[in-house]
Design a protein around this ligand. Sequence first.
Ligand code: C2E
Ligand code: MG
Ligand code: MG
Ligand code: MG
Length: 277
Amino acid sequence: QAKAAGQGGFSLYSPDAHERARQRVRLVSDLREALEHNRLELAWQPQFGLDNRRVTGFEALARWQRDDGRPISPAEFIPLAEQSGLIAQLGRWVIDTATAEAKALLQARPELEQARFALNLSPYQLDDSLPKILTDGLAAAGLPAGALEVEITESALFADQERVTETLNAIGSTGVRLAVDDFGTGYSNIARLKLLPIHRLKLDRSLITDLEHDHSDREIVRALLAMAEALGLDVVAEGVETQAQATFLAQAGCPQAQGYLYARPQPLEPLLTWLRG
Ligand code: C2E
Ligand code: MG
Ligand code: MG
Ligand code: MG
């Protein structure tokens, strides 16, 4: 804590701001080191068919524990990686690791052949080099392109549209699938959705949380499901935590769900055990 600086002294810096900046620098250098020593991990969260509760796919989520054992949330270290230029390296690590682990999972559970393996992309990764990084990862793992899905947030779709469109079209032509993450939180330009090679929408957790109590959320979700159907898009609801939410979604015709009600994200080994159970 930055308390000492305040005691009877006079500091040029606000001690809090100074301490925060110091901690940030430390965190960036710890993250760089963790990447270099391969100390990040992926946790996989299964996705389910709402009609039969069968596993339809998995999403890879990056995990990082500092040396003191303290987990840092990706909501904290992903933006840090983006701001410090580490995101290219981190993003490549995610692609290479996710494809290799997906292959290992399929070898252990061949009956999941139809499952789709999703990973998250940062908008900072959307450039010319990305399609080849993806196809290289797939080739090294021996995984077909159709088994892989990349998630891009709705808001990322609408920044720097020309570059994003070009990159997404190039990814689409590799056979890798595209999902729009956190859908329903940004401003949806339906005309633009139609122009991109998108396969799936992920309804944001904020739309799901209050389904039971909020009539307008229920109507919004119904409208989004109708829109997705009209556009021929697959849908998965994120952050499903209660049976009441799942029941509403199933009745409204949502095909798939993901959330703590079904399973938490977990590393490959415990996931394999869970799948066996
Ligand atoms: P996201 O891609 O929208 O992932 C969903 C988040 O919701 C995950 O948080 C997941 O653990 C959490 N979650 C899943 N089911 C439930 C539920 O039922 N209730 C609640 N309350 N939460 C649930 P996580 O793992 O902390 O990741 C946060 C965000 O960080 C992700 O949101 C994604 O935007 C980003 N992220 C994570 N891994 C990566 C990565 O490898 N690359 C990039 N670029 N971003 C990542
Ligand atoms: Mg995601
Ligand atoms: Mg999301
Ligand atoms: Mg999110």
